[in-house]
Design a protein around this ligand. Structure first.
Ligand code: ZN
Ligand code: ZN
Length: 354
């Protein structure tokens, strides 16, 4: 199915063979985690080139793909260029090649075939999730919520940030996640003002703002969820900031639908924060695509001209970060639909630790 969509796109773009080298792309098209090169000709069986470590697993898991063993003494560029010549391909599209490989392969292909970067073509497929992917992403989101619940249970004055992160990751893993989709962020007190925080050995104190940003990985698929809490009773100011960020998220969520420009959704959140005099503290883009990788297209930021499509899975994560004081971020992973958005992460909101 996915290979068929790839071939349709190749045909439209005048590509005779696609050379896929990035691991998440190979996984997307074959369902196999491993392999070094996937060569997909327009109308012949694809070939997956694997080294010895992946050979047995590939042979066992893949039936409709030709598996070729690469030995260390082989020059894979030579093998691929010979295959391309044998197939008579005139144009080879690739997702990613490092400069050295690009040069070597280009030389070997000579004038017989042209090398063309088609990363956009691959992303245009990957960013629109199919039914099977959405099921896996819903499960990843659910596992993430279990992680957040465990983090919340551990959250109290006297505990260290990494202890809270550890509880979250343990709960996700124990419930079936392959692991965290990224390093869990627990950033407390003044550290919550770092948009790209991490879990340090800081001891959490009464009255601290605590940002918890986490995600489970399930069957290769990521999820991304952030909530911010106050340990103890929130102050007026903390509540005011929280409500502003929540409002910004809600306004942005309402703007999400197929056909809208990603930059417009970002603008909704930014405008809302502006009315509270907080826009200058919103120092990052509103969100990003999520899938087999935690950060994928489409990007949602002020400059983003990408049009959202039904089937995109994106995050909506406004935040304010006041240096020396603290920060608040609220993030959900959502599915873009024709007429709106559906939250995949369903954790409740609220600043107080119940
Ligand atoms: Zn996140
Ligand atoms: Zn995110």
């Amino acid at each position: 199915m996915r290979l068929r969509r790839l071939r349709d796109s190749m045909q439209k773009n005048g590509i005779d063979a696609a050379l896929i080298t990035r691991e998440p792309n190979i996984l997307y098209f074959t369902g196999f985690r491993g392999g070094t090169y996937l060569l997909v000709p327009l109308d012949e069986e694809p070939t997956l080139y694997v080294y010895g470590v992946d050979y047995e697993a590939a042979r066992e898991e893949l039936s409709s793909i030709d598996i070729k063993l690469l030995r260390y003494e082989d020059d894979p560029n030579k093998i691929i260029s010979e295959k391309v010549a044998e197939l008579g391909c005139r144009s080879v599209g690739f997702d990613f090649l490092d400069a050295k490989t690009y040069e070597k392969l280009g030389k070997l292909l000579g004038t017989a075939a042209e090398l063309r970067e088609v990363d956009e073509v691959v992303w245009s497929l990957r960013t629109v999730k199919d039914e099977e992917e959405l099921k896996l992403m819903a499960e990843a989101a659910h596992l993430t919520e279990l992680g957040l619940e465990a983090a919340l249970e551990a959250l109290r004055p006297g505990v260290r940030e990494y202890e809270v992160a550890a509880e979250a990751e343990y709960a996700m893993r124990r419930n079936g996640a392959e692991g965290p989709a990224f390093e869990t962020i627990v950033a407390s007190g003044p550290r919550s003002a770092y948009p790209h925080g991490w879990s340090s050995d800081r001891t959490i104190r009464e009255g601290d703002l605590v940002i918890i940003d986490l995600g489970a990985k399930h069957a290769g698929y990521c999820s991304d969820l952030t909530r911010t809490y106050v340990v103890g009773k929130p102050t007026e100011k903390q509540l005011r900031l929280y409500e502003a960020v929540r409002e910004a998220q809600e306004k942005a969520l309402k703007a999400v639908r197929a056909g809208v420009e990603a930059g417009e959704v970002d603008a909704e959140a930014r405008k809302t924060l502006e009315t509270h005099g907080l826009a200058k503290y919103f120092v990052h883009g509103l969100g990003h695509g999520v899938g087999l990788e935690i950060h994928e297209p489409p990007r949602l930021n002020q400059a983003s001209k990408a049009k959202l499509k039904a089937g995109n899975v994106i995050t909506i994560e406004p935040g304010v970060y006041i240096p020396g004081y603290g920060g608040i971020r609220i993030e959900d992973t959502v599915l873009v639909m024709e007429e709106g958005a559906e939250r995949l992460t369903k954790a409740g909101y609220g600043l107080s630790v119940a």
